[in-house]
Design a protein around this ligand. Structure first.
Ligand code: PLP
Length: 307
């Protein structure tokens, strides 16, 4: 956001805007609750993370004042700027791709709740090294999985039932082991996927991206057990690893398929502004700022936003 040019970030909102946002988030929450009830058999309710990227801090403040606490951002500088002016008990989720040279910035946000897009030991080490001394708890991390194997997506390859602990080069396993054994300030808290555009718009069958994320979790837990690697001396159970999956187009299905945390932007805040007006320095490297190759389908519009 162009806070430098535009002056201090304002947190003031109109009653109309607050009402609109509250209505939107309530209807999303209702759909989540209904889907969770329908699916049944879950220990905890899925979390709704309001993805506020490219939306003003005043929108966040309006939802904060209505009691919402989990917000997600896609661009590191934007999260840093917003976190500096918004209440400290907001639980920030970073959902964008994080270049290693920006790791320090992310780690310095003392109320960063979870970094959802970890995919390298290098970034894990940088986060560990630069964690804010003001943190009162470990920094949660999710490992991002490229479940659709699209070139345009960040994340590590998924695991399958035939993945084994003797396979060399399972990047997910290696990263998980690294976090558990080498990064005491980080908590391996789950897995995250963005999923393909096609799958998110086809409700006729189970979403293959969500299935792949679940399969990856099952097999990661299995392999960590085989290797004898667990958190704090214990073994990791599936219930300890969250699944971050589901966005505006497909959060209902994601919840039905076992999502622990959905990331909803447009359905709450409305369409996002054009990126070029938002002056985000690292937007070019966003995981979503890409044109899909080969399949004649564009996940993103010309300016790099989700379409
Ligand atoms: C923008 C974004 C979302 C929210 O997308 P909507 O379709 O607007 O709900 C979710 N996850 C990630 C990683 C995003 O970048």
């Amino acid at each position: 956001m162009s806070s430098a040019a535009a002056g201090p970030i304002s947190l003031e909102y109109t009653q109309d805007r607050a009402d609109e946002l509250k209505e939107n988030i309530a209807s999303v929450q209702e759909e989540i609750d209904a889907a969770a009830t329908e699916a049944g058999g879950r220990e905890s309710k899925p979390r709704l993370v309001a993805i506020s990227k490219l939306k003003p801090a005043s929108d966040i403040k309006a939802l904060y004042d209505a009691g919402h606490r989990h917000f997600g951002e896609n661009y590191i500088q934007e999260m840093v700027d917003k976190a500096a002016v918004l209440p400290a008990d907001i639980k920030w989720h970073f959902v964008g791709s994080l270049q290693s040279n920006k790791s320090k910035l992310a780690a310095a946000v003392s109320n960063l709740f979870v970094l959802e897009t970890l995919s390298s030991t290098k970034v894990a080490d940088l986060l560990q090294k630069n964690l804010s001394p003001e943190r009162t708890s470990k920094l949660n991390v999710y490992i991002q999985i490229n479940t659709s194997s699209e070139d345009s997506k960040s994340g590590l390859p998924p695991l399958t039932a035939s993945s084994s602990s003797s396979d060399s080069g399972s990047e997910v396993v290696d990263l998980a082991v690294h976090i558990i054994q080498q990064c005491p300030g980080l908590q391996l808290a789950g897995l995250m996927t963005i999923g393909s555009f096609e799958s998110s718009h086809d409700t006729s069958k189970p979403n293959p991206d969500f299935e792949a994320l679940k399969t990856t979790r099952t097999n990661l837990v299995r392999i960590l057990k085989e290797k004898g690697v667990g958190g704090d001396g214990a073994t990791i159970e599936e219930g300890q690893l969250e699944l971050s999956m589901g966005m505006s187009a497909d959060f209902v299905q994601a919840v039905k398929e076992g999502s622990s945390s959905v990331r909803v932007g447009t359905r709450i805040f409305g369409e996002r502004p054009k990126k070029k007006d938002a002056a985000i320095e690292d937007i070019e490297t966003s995981a979503l700022n890409v044109t899909r190759k080969g399949k004649g389908m564009h996940r993103t519009s010309q300016d790099g936003q989700l379409s």
